[in-house]
Design a protein around this ligand. Structure first.
Ligand code: GLU
Length: 306
């Protein structure tokens, strides 16, 4: 029997609503601490084009770490697997902004989704692109088929001002020689990519790249080959949810990426992309309602990649 996806999302919304008061905003970034904590939006887009939405699915929010999936995809499209000589593919088992591991692993970040790893990817993009900010934004706009997507300059600036730990990380990696450009330039780009604002609706369109063997959903342009897409999906599965990637694989069973803005995007290769936004985070930094909503989605559909 054909699934009624709209009904499915309504049912999920009803079931996650009791969790609405659980968790806390990302207080360490002043702009994020000012968001209405009770927002919830979800969007599902199937590769064949069918879509379903509930709540604030077209309200833009701060991508934060979700943007790291886009910069990784762009870097892989430009220099291929060579990127993995400078950043690993193993879960870190420690916080996304931890300095500890970097010391004994000599400045090679465990994966491209912890902050230090994303900074190394930004360093590579500065090498490869003439105008990195504009070209990264254009890349994301193309994936989402939406020219209105922008950086939020206030968020980027406030992170730069208060991101003492990120400044420490970038300088630390630079001390090992794994950041080649000026630290301030790399951090400026890093804070800008984190500040990109998109809606769940935009995100499902953009993430279908990873469900579609590296092809842009709206144009069919091949950006990554199947093997590169598989590798990025594998890293999203094992490292995409902070120190809760095991839990996400266990309860949801899809690759994806979360951010401290409260967004989570997950992908079922060859089938669909699903995005949820709800700003209250659990202790690991993942959206409380978002995690549950995606767990319910794969449970009710009875499909995951496992
Ligand atoms: N801009 C945030 C930071 O560097 C990203 C954190 C995240 O979403 O994981 O702290």
């Amino acid at each position: 029997m054909a699934v009624n996806f709209q009904l499915l999302l309504s049912e999920i919304y009803r079931e996650v609503l009791p969790l609405q008061s659980q968790g806390a905003l990302a207080y360490y970034i002043p702009e994020l601490a000012a968001v209405n904590p009770n927002m919830f939006g979800m969007h599902l887009r199937r590769l064949e084009g069918e879509e379903a939405a509930i709540g604030a699915s077209d309200v833009k929010f701060s991508l934060q770490s979700i943007a790291k999936a886009f910069t990784l995809a762009l870097a892989v499209s430009l220099i291929g697997e060579k990127i993995f000589e400078r950043v690993g593919v193993e879960p870190s088992g420690s916080a996304f902004n931890s300095l500890v591991q970097l010391e004994y692993e000599k400045g090679i970040p465990r994966n491209p989704f912890i902050n230090a790893g994303a900074m190394v990817v930004c360093d590579v993009l500065i090498d490869q692109l003439k105008n990195p900010k504009a070209e990264i934004l254009a890349f994301v706009q193309k994936l989402a088929d939406n020219n209105e997507i922008r950086f939020n300059e206030e968020t980027a600036e406030s992170e730069n001002k208060f991101g003492f730990r990120n400044h420490a990380l970038a300088n630390f990696v630079k001390s090992f020689g794994n950041i080649h450009h000026n630290v301030e330039e790399v951090l400026d780009l890093y804070f800008h990519i984190c500040s990109i604002e998109m809606s769940c609706n935009d995100l499902t369109k953009a993430f279908l790249l990873f469900a579609n063997h590296g092809k842009v959903f709206s144009t069919g342009e091949q950006i990554l080959n199947s093997s590169q897409t598989k590798r990025i999906n594998a890293v999203m599965q094992t490292c995409g949810f902070y120190d809760e990637s095991g839990e996400f694989a266990f309860t949801v069973g899809l690759p994806g990426k979360s951010g401290v803005g409260g967004g989570i995007v997950a992908v079922h290769p060859e089938k669909y992309a699903a995005a949820v936004w709800s700003p209250r985070l659990n202790a690991k930094g993942n959206s409380v309602m978002g995690m549950k909503a995606l767990e319910l989605l794969t449970t009710k559909l009875g499909t995951s990649i496992f």
